[in-house]
Design a protein. Structure first.
Length: 524
């Protein structure tokens, strides 16, 4: 007997799960389909050498507090762990820069390199805080369509809000247009601080800190909060997969369903209306609506036929940039990672980058298809804070690696994996005791692995670069920023929609709101 659903969600990543949870709360019959054996997409905890590892995404901050509250995720076991100090930059000269949760302590650290920068730091933080408070409500709204008269009032309201920024309006313009380096260096002069702050602008990017547009990526990564404290980063107890599990419990409590190891091969369309999906493993599932949390290439190029989409829509999709230069390396080690310039464990994120020029040079290497000898590492040891991840005496090390080009000038990534791991270890060895530790297991995830295993086209973490021409009303393409598509009853809820990538849950939240507004499909 065939089972029909109100909604089939393609992809069990965090946005797909959030969307499914909101729909299930309205007593809709929801089915989530995930191609991997475990739910969560890139927000997942997997076992490695007897430890729990957040395999791709690994830190928490950007996820919407509104979603946490409305879905009652803390009642479902979500526990957030803060870190102090949250940021650590070791230097080869034996010095280091620590940034604390407390402003005064951070200023003391910065003053070791520049008293002027220490005085400017509160002003910099205050400006970003005001900008974030302005942008936060916009992240939760559906972008207006510039071509629809009915949306002109929304645009007018947005214009009035912009005027309220007053002296901060030029700063907002700078953040959307400048490079991370140009923006940060307006406030500071010391390289340890400049390069540390610039790392927020290069995550998932192919460009260096001097590439225009990276200032917005920097802003995007300071928008979050943890336990009510804005701008802080932390961990989820049990790894980031615990977040996905908490959302799943909400779905199940409200009667929702899911299937893993179930890969969608086709979106079924009849008379320009989505009526279900075909899977490789379990055949067809029929539904009133289909919601895709997959990226735009997978959704429109692989799950639909070209003649099912308008030519101008297909042309607009072809402009999305899926290039990437990010890899992830996970290590399980026996013993404690210690830094040459610092005694004691570091609970926060460490940045291995001496100067912004060094970061830029690594980006240049990737531009020409090379794996740099001076890789930029942003890492952490979450087991220092979370004792559920590893047995006593063993630690988990998570490393985000920049810049590793998707397309190599020579060889393939399958051949180069061991070389990348060797370069990462060599880089760590410049600053730490990693060579003195027993490496019990390693996991190297290249951009090609991100594409093949996690269905992230080009290895792009954001489902497409977050350039100015693909933000807000232009994300994913003009005219379709409202989570709808040219095919009736086919919606989008992935990071390729507003407000973009990162572990926010907002594309799923916003898409569910629009789906529930379209009540016409309920009776079809």
């Amino acid at each position: 007997m065939m089972t029909y659903y109100d909604a089939v969600i393609i992809g069990g990543g965090h946005n797909g799960l959030v969307c499914a949870a909101y729909l299930a709360r309205q007593r809709l019959k929801v089915l989530v389909l995930e191609q991997r054996p475990v739910l969560g997409g890139a927000c997942v905890t997997e076992e490695m050498a007897g430890c729990k590892v957040s395999r791709t995404s690994y830190v928490y901050s950007l996820f919407s507090p509104k979603v946490v509250k409305e879905l009652k995720l803390k009642d479902q076991g979500l526990e957030l762990l803060e870190r102090n100090p949250p940021s650590f930059t070791p230097l080869l000269a034996g010095r280091s820069l620590l940034l604390y949760q407390e402003m005064a302590r951070s200023q003391e650290e910065i003053a070791k390199f520049s008293k002027k920068d220490a005085q400017a730091y509160p002003q910099y933080e205050a400006i970003l805080d005001r900008i974030v408070r302005f942008i936060d409500p916009i992240l939760h709204q559906t972008p207006p369509d510039f071509n629809q008269k009915g949306d002109w009032l929304k645009l007018l309201r947005l214009g009035f809000k912009l005027l309220k920024l007053k002296k901060d309006l030029p700063v907002l313009v700078d953040l959307f247009s400048l490079s991370a380096y140009d923006f940060v260096s307006r406030y500071f002069e010391s390289e340890p601080l400049i390069s540390t702050l610039c790392t927020d602008g290069i995550i998932g990017s192919i460009g260096g800190p001097m590439s225009p547009g990276t200032a917005y990526v920097l802003l995007h990564h300071v928008m979050g909060e943890i336990n009510g404290h804005r701008g802080r980063w932390g961990y989820v107890r049990g790894g980031l997969g615990s977040l996905a599990e908490a959302i799943l419990r909400t779905i199940l409590l409200n009667g929702g369903h899911y299937k893993t190891s179930c890969d969608v091969s086709e979106i079924l369309v009849y008379n320009n209306r989505a009526i279900g999906v075909m899977t490789k493993q379990q055949g067809a599932f029929y539904s009133k609506i289909v919601v895709s949390g997959a990226d735009l290439h997978n959704t429109f190029s692989l799950m639909l036929k070209p003649d099912q989409l308008p030519a101008d829509f297909r042309l607009a999709l072809s402009d999305i940039d899926y290039r990437s230069a990010t890899s992830k390396v996970n290590l399980v080690v026996k013993g404690e990672l210690k830094f040459n310039c610092y005694t004691g464990p570091v609970p926060g994120t460490f940045h291995l980058c001496e100067t912004s020029q060094e970061i830029e040079k690594a980006a240049d290497d990737a531009k020409y298809g090379r794996i740099s000898d001076r890789l930029i590492l942003e890492g952490c040891v979450p087991s220092v804070v979370d004792d559920t991840l590893a047995p006593l005496g063993t630690h988990v090390i998570s490393l985000l690696v920049q810049y590793t080009p998707y397309k190599l000038a020579e060889g393939s990534w399958q051949e180069k994996k061991s070389e990348l791991l060797d370069k990462v270890i060599a880089r760590l060895a410049e600053y730490t005791n990693i060579v003195d530790l027993d490496i019990l297991a390693s996991d190297v995830i290249t951009p090609v692995d991100l594409e093949n295993d996690f269905k992230l086209t080009g290895g792009n973490l954001f489902h497409g670069m977050m350039n100015l021409n693909h933000l807000f009303s232009f994300r994913p393409v003009p005219g379709f920023a409202n989570y709808r598509t040219p095919i009736e009853n086919l919606y989008l809820c992935g990071s390729g929609t507003h407000p973009g990538g990162g572990l926010t849950g907002l594309p799923g939240h916003n898409a569910a709101r629009e789906i529930l507004r379209d009540k016409k499909w309920l009776c079809k």
